[in-house]
Design a protein around this ligand. Structure first.
Ligand code: K1U
Ligand code: ZN
Length: 180
């Protein structure tokens, strides 16, 4: 298994639209295992393939405290969404340290395929419903900060660009240190 690098907002690759998974093979099973390991290590409760620069319709979720109930959704489709909406303070592994309220459907039904290609449908509410909608947005190239006001979004973008430059500088210094 391997930890995968997570793209950081505003990386333009986060805005690519994912295409359907067509091969339910060993490479897909490896990608699922790597995404699960990456999500648990981060730590997070969800991860979309788009966030690890794989633009296929695949997401993993585990909202349990014990981190022992991995859910895998391949080619997910929302078949029903409640009219009732709820605001939840969302976070994102691609925008670390930022949490803000986003309004979404309170309950959804989602049809998807599992790692073997079998279809299943789940009805979700609470954090699972929030997480499914958040991760499915990633597959459409949408990051949760796009629901926020332009003022907030631009402040977040500027903070992220500054932080990413700092991280890149640190990594370059570390690499140079290893060379001498
Ligand atoms: O998509 C992602 O980047 C994952 C994201 C999922 C999510 C969380 C909350 C609301 C909407 C979507 C995260 O996991 S952010 C990190 C987080 O919420 C968390 C981290 C550790 C323990 C519990 C939660
Ligand atoms: Zn996210």
């Amino acid at each position: 298994m391997a930890l995968l690098p997570i793209l950081r907002y505003p990386d333009p690759r986060l805005h690519k639209v994912a295409t359907p998974v067509i091969a339910f093979d060993a490479a897909l099973r490896t990608l699922i295992a790597d995404m699960a390991e990456t999500m648990y290590e981060a730590p997070g409760v969800g991860l979309a393939a788009s966030q690890v620069d794989v633009h296929q319709q695949l997401l993993v979720i585990d909202i349990t405290d014990a981190k022992d109930q991995l859910q895998v959704f391949i080619n997910p489709v929302i078949t029903w969404a409640s009219e009732e909406r709820e605001v939840y303070d969302e976070g994102c592994l691609s925008v670390p340290g930022i949490y803000d309220g986003v309004e979404r459907a309170a309950r959804v039904k989602v049809k998807a395929q599992d790692a073997s290609g079998s279809f299943f449908e789940v009805e979700a509410d609470g954090l699972l419903a929030v997480c499914i909608q958040h991760e499915m947005d990633h597959l459409l190239g949408k990051v949760f900060v796009e629901y926020l006001s332009p003022l907030k979004r631009n402040r977040i973008k500027a903070k992220m660009v500054k932080e990413t430059r700092g991280l890149e500088r640190e990594a370059a210094l570390k690499a140079a240190g290893r060379r001498y």
